[in-house]
Write a new protein. Structure first.
Length: 197
């Protein structure tokens, strides 16, 4: 509730094209005047983004139809301080209840639908991504150059705001398809060292 109150108090500028409720919420998060130095708020915003990413990415049919919870995993140190759990509490994705799980080993996290890779895993990120190669797991991180290394979504701080980059090639290799609406809001990574706004 405190997070929502904080967002409503901020000056929000929504693009006229963002008319749908869910896309509007994603745009609201994208343009919110969030100070990067305020780490608890920063990760509350990132938690809300992660939940909304799940609505704008299409998983392969065999993955989308699997039974059990929709798992959002955190690999390594949890920077969210309970914000991610609070954001998804009681919510579902494709009629599956969302569960947040923390992992210390990539081998245990492969069954996740979304995997946030913490900065504590910086030294092993290349190996982690190789281990996930081809698995229908949406990889997200705020590690620098994450998307250029083959990660799918990378959080970046731009002018004290949380924004994100997407590597569509990496998601396509895993059979995941970000919507065109989501891609319009992202910085697109087209290859190592190349990006377009």
């Amino acid at each position: 509730m405190e997070f929502l109150t904080t967002l409503f108090r901020m000056k929000i500028f929504l693009r006229s094209a963002a008319r749908s409720t869910v896309l509007g919420a994603l745009c609201l998060l994208l343009v919110s005047g969030m100070a990067a130095a305020a780490e608890p708020l920063e990760y509350a915003v990132k938690a809300a983004f992660i939940y909304n990413f799940a609505k704008f990415v299409e998983w392969p049919k065999e993955s989308s139809s699997k039974e059990g919870s929709f798992v959002i995993g955190i690999l390594g140190r949890d920077p969210f301080g309970g914000a991610l759990q609070q954001t998804v509490s009681g919510k579902t994705i494709r009629e599956r209840k969302i569960t947040v799980k923390q992992f210390s080993r990539i081998e245990d996290a492969i069954g996740s639908d979304i995997l946030f890779i913490s900065t504590s895993e910086k030294e092993g990120v290349a190996q982690i991504l190789r281990r996930l190669d081809g698995a229908p797991v949406l990889t997200i991180s705020d590690l620098g150059r994450f998307s250029e290394q083959g990660g799918m979504i990378e959080f970046v701080i731009d002018h004290d705001r949380v924004r994100f980059a997407i590597n569509p090639g990496a998601s396509a290799q895993a059979g995941l398809k970000p919507s065109s609406q989501l891609l319009k809001l992202a910085r697109i990574i087209t290859g190592p060292g190349k990006a377009k706004e």
